[in-house]
Design a protein around this ligand. Structure first.
Ligand code: ASP
Length: 452
């Protein structure tokens, strides 16, 4: 479904590092001053100012843990309170934070809900930001609803959209929470302010969802493994889902759905380098892209069951019986590479737990294979790119690089968007490095055309 975009609404979501202190608030103000479009601003709770510091949300969860055990909460609580009071003071806001904090302290000691406590990081951040920007404060507990099963209720879009009614005003909404079917505050999973931003973008029928963080967009590989990976300037929703599912830490994967359904592009940008273009996430890539890879990602801890049986391809129902057996054990399947006489099933090892022997026994009894091989501690490495299916020689380059890097044992699984390689766990890093390197010299990993 594509909604018609209200000419020039933009939703800006600022993550924890972007609201970490009053200096970051000033950067946000400067960013918004340059942008004349109508805006909704969604904020996270203040994050770390330096590596030794705790995120406020973590301190809030700690307060809850302590209060539950009847222990004093004063030491984490004062860290939380002081962070907000400092922002209020430095920006000369007079937002009444001290009084509200006193009340909040009493609520924690009295045993208020865990989600309510966790949500206050975003709430106070939003209160201060609204005051600072002279914007309308939007309370998500009044417009973002969860149904009885804990899923987002689609009526939230209309309810929230109605609150963004005046185009001459700016709106500020705390991220991370809404209200459950009984009206109690309920949070999304960790990192959930990205989801709130996506919901706000859909509700405002925005033309763009800008997600501001502390990096200038997404990288094509994990920088802890691959030295200086290239940034991605454009990537599709499908590619990003695949990369984040395969272990790339991008933004919250549940944040894709609300904007994807409405065809709203996402722009990941850097609050500390606002002139950088960042990464555009779009529903449809341009017709012609010069390079076909979006990125390489990997996940560890998979198990693979491989059966070999001569003339297997002539045995009608063989594959179904093999797969059904995993279903009977309530194990979900990741990949199924096949060849003429062999078929493998790759599953996450945590799904297998202690069922491995029972599954093996069933395979031997039901399928009567010539050979059954089980391997654990495997890694999956995915090379993701929508254009790969159109390009000949891509698989050859990937496997050549792997072979050159180490003597990898692998099986390959393909679909239109990715090539997945299964290899020994300890080799995951070197395999990713090799796979990236194989495309490095030919290209800068960049797509030739920018989205705008
Ligand atoms: N503050 C929450 C967290 O740390 C939500 C967010 O920042 O997106 O998970």
């Amino acid at each position: 479904m594509t909604v018609s975009h209200a000419a020039d609404w933009v939703v800006h979501k600022f993550g924890g590092s972007s609201v970490a202190d009053h200096r970051q608030f000033l950067k946000i103000q400067a960013i918004l001053e340059k942008d004349k479009r109508r805006s909704v601003i969604v904020v996270s709770a203040p994050g770390k100012r330096h590596s030794g510091e705790a995120k406020l949300t973590d301190l809030l969860y700690l307060c809850h843990e302590l209060a539950k055990k009847g222990m004093p909460v004063d030491s984490p609580f004062s860290l939380i309170r002081d962070r907000f009071l400092e922002i209020e003071k430095e920006l000369k806001l007079n937002a009444g934070i001290a009084e509200e904090m006193e009340k909040f302290h009493r609520q924690i000691v009295d045993g208020v809900d865990r989600d309510f406590i966790a949500s206050r990081g975003e709430y106070f951040s939003g209160r201060l930001m609204a005051k600072f920007l002279n914007a309308v404060f939007v309370e998500p507990g009044e417009a973002i609803f969860f149904d009885k099963a804990g899923r987002l209720d689609p009526k939230s879009y209309d309810a929230l959209g109605k609150l963004f009614s005046d185009p001459s005003k700016r709106y500020v909404m705390p991220g991370f929470y809404g209200a459950d079917a009984k009206g109690r505050i309920k949070t999304f999973s960790r990192g959930g302010s990205d989801i709130s931003g996506a919901i706000a973008a859909r509700a405002a029928k925005a033309e763009l969802y800008e997600n501001w963080t502390d990096v200038s967009g997404l990288l094509m590989a994990d920088p802890r493994i691959v030295e200086n990976p290239h940034p991605l300037d454009i990537v599709s929703y499908r590619e990003i889902r695949e990369l984040s599912y395969m272990g790339a830490s991008v933004f919250h994967d549940e944040a894709i759905a609300p904007v994807r359904e409405a065809g709203i592009p996402i722009n990941i940008r850097n609050t500390n380098k606002p002139d950088d273009a960042g990464t555009m996430i779009v529903s449809k890539l341009p017709e012609v892209t010069r390079y076909d890879i979006a990125g390489v990602a990997g996940k560890k801890n998979f198990s693979m069951f491989s059966v070999e049986k001569t003339m297997m391809n002539k045995e009608v129902g063989f594959a179904r019986k093999f797969l059904e057996l995993f279903e009977n054990h309530q194990v979900s399947i990741e990949h199924c590479p096949t060849s003429i006489d062999t078929m493998s099933v790759v599953v996450a090892s945590e799904e297998i737990g202690d069922k491995s022997e029972a599954i093996r026994e069933d395979v031997l009894r039901i399928l009567q294979p010539d050979n059954l091989d089980t391997e654990h501690e495997l890694s999956l490495i995915a090379v993701v790119g929508e254009g790969m299916a159109r390009q000949s020689g891509m698989a050859a380059r990937v496997f050549k690089a792997l072979a050159a890097a180490a003597n990898h044992d692998y099986v390959a699984a393909y679909d239109a968007i990715k090539k997945a390689v299964v290899s020994g766990s300890w080799r995951c890093a070197s395999a990713s490095r090799a796979t990236c390197a194989s495309s490095g010299p030919r290209s800068s990993w960049r797509r030739a055309r920018k989205w705008r």
